[in-house]
Design a protein around this ligand. Sequence first.
Ligand code: CAA
Length: 260
Amino acid sequence: MEYKSLLVTYNDGICTITINREKALNALNRTVFAELRYFFEEEGPQNKDLKGVVITGAGSKAFAAGADIKEFMDLDEAKAKSLSQNGHEVFFLIERFHKPVIAAVNGFALGGGCELAMACHMRIAGAKARFGQPEVNLGICPGYGGTQRLVQLVGKGKALELLLTADMIKADEAHRLGLANHVVEPGEEVAKATEILAKIASKAPLAVAKTVDCVNAYFDKHADGYDVEASTFGVLANSYDFKEGSAAFIEKRAANFKGE
Ligand code: CAA
């Protein structure tokens, strides 16, 4: 696919996806969603050398300032519901992706932008990042999972405060609440995310992928997370990588994982 609203680059197996709509503060329009869907459904899974993904925003002002409000003008009830469902599907692809995905939040992460960051496995905030769910200012509620993932990350009381007041919080506060994993100097967000991805790339790939599934099972109302964990533990115990990893430990050498 020829990307129009994303910049997709690779360096040593780590893919950086930059939402490339700087003039619109990287607002998430239909094209961004279609291209994210393509990456996480097609390009990413097909790339056997992929180690992890960083998502960031072009420029220094915004990660993403939300859903593209200019596309809201012709919405009726059915279209809005379908827009929200499409957002859910794409963000589930990210949340369930088998390689780690880290949001490098370089500025405003508002509304759909905050929801995109929350769908990633971790968030690195630049010191100038701002997080918020300002949808009630527009007479709407979050539509891309914000009412669910914000509760998961910061707890119900604080989530409701942020959702109902539309307050924007700074990077330090996001870190204190558990919304941001780390705060770094502005401009260092992608480097920090890349450093974490490189560390994860040295671990057993199958174990990493299955651990993501187990953690997601905690939030799946139809799954018993402990059951998923026990089955996964069994599957992994049967893997080449487990035999290799445990042999390498005993033999005091580095493991040579195959992802099998
Ligand atoms: N959608 C479309 N365009 C947007 C946008 C958005 N979410 N956010 C900013 N822009 C555009 C502005 O319209 C402006 O474009 P023009 O130059 O063509 O007028 C440009 O980006 C720069 O924005 P501002 O002039 O407003 O910049 P600022 O520095 O004065 O303010 C801001 C920055 C506080 C982030 C402000 O732009 C803002 O409040 N943006 C909207 C944030 C928002 O409400 N997000 C939630 C969207 S709804 C949603 O996401 C629902 C959902 O969950 C599905």
